[in-house]
Design a protein around this ligand. Structure first.
Ligand code: PMP
Length: 356
């Protein structure tokens, strides 16, 4: 007897990167920030009154929405908070797409959760290939008959970014279709279009506390959009979970938002290391896509990505590899601290010596 629904039996779920939190690994596989959260985050956790856990949290995270709105230069009614940006993205599908509609359009090489959400909510998919040099082909995107788009900027797993002005002109040219811009890695590129949501009623920007705020463990993300789109997300959220952000998460996220200077410094360090690592990888014979994110996508044709991934893992360094035809020569490497990146480079030198 099988008591599962047809959907639960047949769906192919998303696979996240390995979470081997064993200290012996240098963990460069899930784009976490190598630096600790801001001091204010520690203070907020210490000051947190556990008595309050008896009570449900603020259902819509209003105090946090207020702080995020201030930081993004918009109003509280332009902000929606979710349990990680994955949850915000998940809710976008039933909020903005119909199962009998024209579908959601995204690139063939992009965040691999989008097709899973489409399958889960029975939403047709329209897939547009990246160009040969792994860029979004926005001209081709515009020609697609669909209900809306998901554009990851900078893209994952490639790291390639699109200038904000190009995104805005795409949004202007497609006024009848919603454009969801997934800006999970935007702090490392600084081309956010979030402050334009009141000019473009079809623009929704999704962001996260997981990467640039060093808070992947707290599960906090948000959307910025015009009030009509945000109201749509609230309607859908209230069909799933009244309280997606717990009390600790709301406090910690507010402490992070108040720590701009600290995080700007961390971001600068990550960007400087990204440039150093890119050059070092090129010197070792890798082809590295120009990255605007906190990771690099590096190709090594001679052995393929799987060999590099496995050899690195044996040496205690975790990176991400996808066994897909277009990606099989690549590894995605999260930018670590200088020390972590040096261990990675030293391990790679040993591995490449094996193949001489
Ligand atoms: N968007 C992209 C492009 C990502 O790579 C990730 C991280 N896997 C997310 C969204 C989700 O991040 P989180 O749920 O941690 O906010």
């Amino acid at each position: 007897m099988n008591l599962l629904s047809k959907l639960a039996q047949s769906i192919q779920p998303y696979t996240a990167g390995e979470q081997l939190n064993d200290k012996k690994y240098v963990k460069l596989n899930t784009n976490e920030n190598p630096y600790p959260p801001a001091p204010k985050v520690y203070e907020a956790l210490q000051a947190f009154n556990a008595d309050m856990l008896r009570l449900y949290p603020a259902p819509n995270s209003d105090a946090l929405r207020e702080k995020i709105a201030e930081a993004e230069g918009v109003k509280i009614e332009n902000i929606f908070c979710g349990n990680g940006s994955d949850e915000v993205l998940a809710l976008c599908f039933p909020a903005f797409f119909d199962s009998e509609g024209k579908g959601a359009c995204f690139a063939d090489i992009t965040y691999s959760f989008y097709p899973v959400f489409c399958d889960f909510f029975s939403i047709p998919q329209k897939i547009v290939p990246l160009t040969e040099d792994y860029r979004f082909n926005l001209n081709e995107f515009s020609k697609v008959d669909c209900q809306g788009y998901f554009i990851t900027n900078p893209n994952a797993p490639t790291g390639v970014g699109i200038e904000g002005e190009q995104i805005l002109s795409f949004v202007r040219n497609n006024p009848q279709k919603i454009v969801v811009v997934d800006e999970a890695y935007m702090a490392f590129f600084n081309q956010s279009v979030a402050s334009y949501v009141n000019e473009y009623p079809n623009l929704l920007v999704v962001k996260t506390f997981s990467k640039s705020y060093s808070l992947a463990g707290i599960r906090s993300g948000y959307a910025v959009g015009c009030q009509a789109l945000i109201d749509g997300l609230f309607r859908v959220k209230d069909c799933f979970n009244s309280y997606p952000l717990d009390r600790v998460c709301q406090e910690v996220s507010m402490a992070a938002i108040a720590s701009k200077e600290y995080y700007d410094e961390c971001t600068q360090k990550v960007v400087a290391e990204r440039e150093r690592l890119t050059h070092a990888l090129v010197e070792l014979g890798f082809y590295v896509l120009p990255s605007s994110a906190n990771f690099v996508f590096a190709e090594y044709k001679k052995t393929g990505g799987k060999f590099i991934y496995e050899q690195l893992k044996q040496r205690g360094v975790l990176v991400r590899f996808w066994n897909k035809p277009q990606l099989k020569n690549f590894c995605r490497i999260t930018i670590g601290t200088k020390e972590q990146n040096d261990i990675l480079l030293q391990s790679l030198r040993e591995i490449l010596n094996l193949t001489e």
